[in-house]
Design a protein. Structure first.
Length: 375
């Protein structure tokens, strides 16, 4: 009996050593594959050809928006109001291409929240205009500034062009209104310049030199914020107006750029396009550079019988096709074409699972943010 017991113990030890050896070989193989992939080149592509150029493009659109507003307040003409509104649409569309990069300088400036917290608080906006005294840096004004506030100020609620112009011209609080819109624009402009300057001066080197996959690494930050953006697209842009957080009761007034009333779907599409661009490492000129897709291919990550990269790219194609079927304005479609909007939402859920669960697992990335919706 003692011999049999010793033999059993010996077998357990040998089996344990065997599995440890196998696991070590597996880990060594992953490490070898990981180090053989040119992550510095991938990060350099993101910094030089994706992130910084998108911020530069956004800055140009913001500067143009400010210039157009200054022209409008001088002329108060319908033609200049129309031009100003188009500049707003361009700038808020460009914002969709920088919202993803909420780390480093953008995180320091809290760009995403300061520029695009919606639905906007019109009561707070009107109170600020009436009093003429406010601090846009306070939490209480977080949803009373940025692009959502400009959306309300430039398009109004059921305002004719003439009546909206009058608010900036003959209304008793016209001077205060102009000052408030100017303050909102100035904050966006100043913070954008700060972020871009930081990227060009020091942060680009910080970003490209952090080649690990641990929490706080450049890759970890990029993957986390990419997924946070998918969550925002799924929930904020589509799910909440559709009623996914309100027991099926649609909330059209919670659409992004609600007052412009004809660009909510466009902004969702721009956001999805940027998410795809980031995944592919695709540059602002449309060149498919070294990105997360290449890293997954290098690691030979699989999803069932197909590569994980193919599964993700196919899901992008399906999701874009479903979103293309949603008509403007989204505020009407959530009520009049609910099933169409819901179909797009469901594909976004599938895309999020691939990007938030399967991809980080393959890359060894830990998702650290909490969205609270359980996906």
């Amino acid at each position: 009996m003692k011999l049999k017991g010793n033999t059993f113990i010996l077998n357990v030890i040998l089996a344990t050593l065997f599995f440890i050896a196998c696991d070590k070989k597996k880990i060594d193989k992953i490490d070898e594959e990981d180090t053989s992939f040119d992550k510095p080149a991938m990060l350099a592509n993101y910094a030089d050809n994706v992130i910084v150029p998108n911020f530069q493009s956004f800055k140009i659109s913001v500067d143009s928006l400010v210039s157009s507003f200054n022209t409008f307040i001088q002329t108060k003409s319908v033609s200049d109001l129309t031009a100003l509104r188009q500049k707003y649409i361009t700038a808020t569309s460009k914002f969709q291409h920088i919202s993803t990069f909420e780390f480093g300088p953008s995180e320091s400036e809290i760009v995403r929240s300061n520029f695009n917290t919606y639905p906007t608080n019109t009561v707070q906006i009107n109170s600020n205009i009436t009093s003429g005294s406010y601090n846009l840096g306070t939490v209480s004004n977080l949803d009373a500034k940025g692009f959502p506030a400009l959306d309300y100020l430039l398009f109004g609620k059921n305002e004719t062009d003439a009546s909206l112009i009058a608010l900036f011209d003959t209304d008793p609080k016209a001077t205060n209104r102009i000052a408030y819109a100017t303050a909102c624009l100035s904050e966006i402009q100043i913070k954008t310049n700060s972020v871009l300057n930081s990227w060009n001066n020091t942060y680009k080197n910080t970003f490209t030199s952090s080649t690990g996959s641990q929490i706080g690494s450049s890759l970890g930050l990029l993957v986390n914020q990419l997924n946070f953006e998918v969550d925002l697209l799924k929930n904020g842009k589509i799910g909440i107006p559709l009623g996914k957080k309100s027991l099926g009761v649609t909330l059209p007034e919670k659409c992004e750029s609600y007052y412009a009333n004809n660009i909510s779907v466009k902004l969702a599409k721009e956001c999805l396009l940027n998410i795809e661009d980031v995944y592919l490492g695709r540059t602002t000129s449309g060149v498919n550079g070294k990105g997360l897709d290449d890293y997954l291919e290098h690691l030979k990550a699989m999803h069932g019988s197909e590569t994980l990269n193919d599964a993700i790219k196919n899901q992008f194609t399906i999701t874009k096709a479903k979103l293309d079927l949603v008509a403007e304005p989204l505020s009407s479609s959530v009520n009049n074409a609910t099933s169409t909007v819901d179909a797009a939402y469901l594909e976004l859920v599938k895309l999020l699972v691939l990007l938030k669960t399967d991809m980080p697992s393959a890359l060894g990335i830990v998702i650290t943010y909490q969205d609270g919706d359980g996906d």
